[in-house]
Design a protein around this ligand. Structure first.
Ligand code: CP
Ligand code: NVA
Length: 318
């Protein structure tokens, strides 16, 4: 049975993809394996179109380079069509409810991808939509990115279980999804954030629970050196996420000792890989030497957004 054929057995058809929390370790691993299979088909020039005749609506309330382009290209490669819907073009921008929007869009579309601010908007959209809803980033989570990230680590390291991933920086949407993923996949995760910018307490508690079951672990500290010690994977993200731009100056002060640079990476394993979801700010959360250096795999990571999201769409919508 090919990876794709086993999707029905796993019951992924028709599901939403709102966060890694809702997916079992087996389902997450299945999606990663499917992404790798679809990537190799793509590299071999094999045409594979299980979504012929299907349309994905893509609602964007925030900017995007990677998410928009990779979903649109991915849908095209799978034989379907993707439609870009900005907040300004939709009636939600003028106050139409999420309920009515979800119900209406479900009559036309086969799936909805949404990037928005409040996580509740995505939960509500999924509650009222009758087609799969995919979370393309909220203030709380970025699960498509985390899936592509773990796929990338697997490709470079040959395994996930037992590896140590260190995240240095803001306790934001990105680290939340990475924490849940690491804990479910049996990885050891260490997070270093300044006081006041720690990851969500409930995410910490859930991660510890998942890690106890998978053989992984979670450390949350304010000390970047402690977090990065002997790490196989180093990850960082911007200090001020979308929607927090006005806090930029305050955050620059709070995060001044949290830059991932050559001095800090010296504490990691020699063969560490560096990841960043992008967009990046060289000279802030990461030095140019690290992000553009030999251990950085950021563009493999960016490419894998395409393959990982094709796996999600093929599994949920075909
Ligand atoms: N990493 C990521 O989601 O990038 P975009 O904001 O460009 O979509
Ligand atoms: N944490 C960042 C991720 C961007 C992909 C943000 O939300 O802006």
């Amino acid at each position: 049975m090919s990876t794709l054929q086993s999707q029905t057995a796993l019951g992924l058809l028709g599901r939403d993809f709102l966060g890694l929390m809702d997916y079992s370790p087996e389902e997450i691993r299945y999606l990663i394996d499917l992404a790798i299979e679809l990537k190799s088909k793509n590299k071999a020039g094999e045409v594979y179109q299980p979504l012929k005749g299907k349309t994905l609506g893509m609602i964007f309330e925030k900017s995007s380079t990677r998410t928009r382009v990779s979903f649109e290209v991915g849908m095209y490669q799978l034989g379907g069509h993707a439609m870009f819907l900005s907040r300004n073009d939709l009636q939600i921008g003028r106050g139409e409810t999420i309920h009515d929007t979800a119900q209406t869009l479900s009559r036309y579309l086969d799936g909805i991808m949404i990037r928005t601010f409040a996580h509740k908007t995505v939960i509500d959209l999924a509650r009222y939509a009758t087609v799969p809803v995919i979370n393309g980033l909220t203030d709380f989570a970025h699960p498509c990115q985390a899936l592509a990230d773990y796929m990338t680590v697997l490709e470079h390291k040959g395994k996930l279980e037992g590896l140590k991933i260190a995240y240095i920086g803001d306790g934001n949407n990105m680290v939340h999804s990475l924490m849940i993923g690491a804990a479910k996949l049996g990885m050891h995760m260490a997070v270093a954030s300044p006081e006041g910018y720690m990851p969500d307490q409930e995410i910490q508690a859930s991660s510890r629970e998942y890690a106890a079951a998978s053989g992984g672990s979670l450390l949350v500290t304010t000390d970047p050196k402690e977090a990065i010690a002997d790490a196989d994977v180093i990850y960082t993200d911007v200090w001020a996420s979308m929607g927090f731009e006005e806090e930029q100056k305050v955050r620059e002060k709070a995060f001044a000792n949290y830059q991932v640079n050559e001095e800090l990476t010296a504490y990691a394993k020699k063969d560490y890989v560096f990841l960043h979801c992008l967009p990046a700010h060289r000279g802030e959360e990461v030095s140019a030497g690290v992000i553009d250096g030999p251990n950085s795999i950021i563009f493999d990571e960016a490419e894998n957004r395409l393959h990982a999201q094709k796996a999600i769409m093929a599994a949920l919508m075909s």
